[in-house]
Design a protein around this ligand. Structure first.
Ligand SMILES: C[S@@+](CC[C@H](N)C(=O)[O-])C[C@H]1O[C@@H](n2cnc3c(N)ncnc32)[C@H](O)[C@@H]1O
Length: 214
């Protein structure tokens, strides 16, 4: 049976859960990314968006909220519905696609984006898929875009490799936050500035969630 991702989100309601701090870091970095985006329209995409509370919380009172068009992609219909309600309540324009974010075709009509969220993805897919997704970043983003990513640090810690793969994709680190330093709950949130894109967009497989990774 697949994982209950609706239940996973309940951690956000628990004041003592480290995921709350991870969320706060993501929200802050999304706000900064939108504030620092080029003048004019800002395209934001979130893959495996869950209930989209990171985007809604970051933008509800953001001075550039009206510039943003969001594309959230989430497989679970209940979470996608929650994300639609959350974006509407926050006054954020855009669409929530109920579908597979593991293929970049889900972004075909919105690339290149200015802000890309890869949150809650890298801990659920193979290392090879993490590397493939990061390698695709230059084809999904505009030069100067910000990519915000998360990953747990359970041994073996993949975050050093993740940082190397972003370097190889021509990105420059803007922020690296860590917390929840209690065993399995240790988290990392990173923000990367995308350099000059080196590849054109071609719809392609990025990742597939694995049930055996918990
Ligand atoms: C760990 S949660 C992260 C949610 C959100 N990004 C966050 O950080 O709060 C992973 C999410 O990915 C969704 N998901 C799993 N496989 C997916 C796929 N192939 N395409 C889109 N969403 C997927 C799950 O339903 C779940 O909501």
């Amino acid at each position: 049976m697949g994982r209950d991702w609706v239940a996973w989100h309940e951690a956000y309601e628990d004041d003592d859960h480290p995921l709350r701090d991870r969320l706060a870091a993501v929200v802050e970095l999304v706000g900064e990314a939108v504030a620092g985006a080029r003048d004019g329209p800002v395209r934001l995409a979130s893959l495996c968006a869950g209930d989209g509370r990171d985007v809604a919380t970051a933008l509800v009172d953001h001075p550039r909220r009206a510039d943003v068009t969001a594309r959230l992609v989430e497989l679970d219909p209940a979470l996608a519905d929650a994300a639609r309600r959350g974006l509407a309540a926050a006054g954020v324009a855009g669409t929530v696609v109920t579908g597979d974010a593991g293929d970049s075709a889900a972004l075909a009509d919105i690339v290149p984006v200015d802000v890309l969220l890869l949150c809650g993805v890298f801990g659920n897919v193979s290392d090879a898929d993490v590397e493939r997704t990061i390698a695709a970043v230059p084809s999904l983003c505009r030069a100067g875009a910000t990519v915000i990513w998360t990953r747990h640090r359970r041994p073996p810690d993949l975050t050093p490799a993740i940082r190397r793969w972003f370097d190889a994709a021509g990105c420059r680190r803007i922020a690296l936050r860590t917390g929840g330093d209690v065993g399995v709950r240790a988290w990392t949130v990173g923000a990367e500035l995308v350099g000059v894109p080196t590849s054109d967009f071609q719809p392609a497989p990025l990742f597939r969630f694995r049930e055996d990774l918990r």
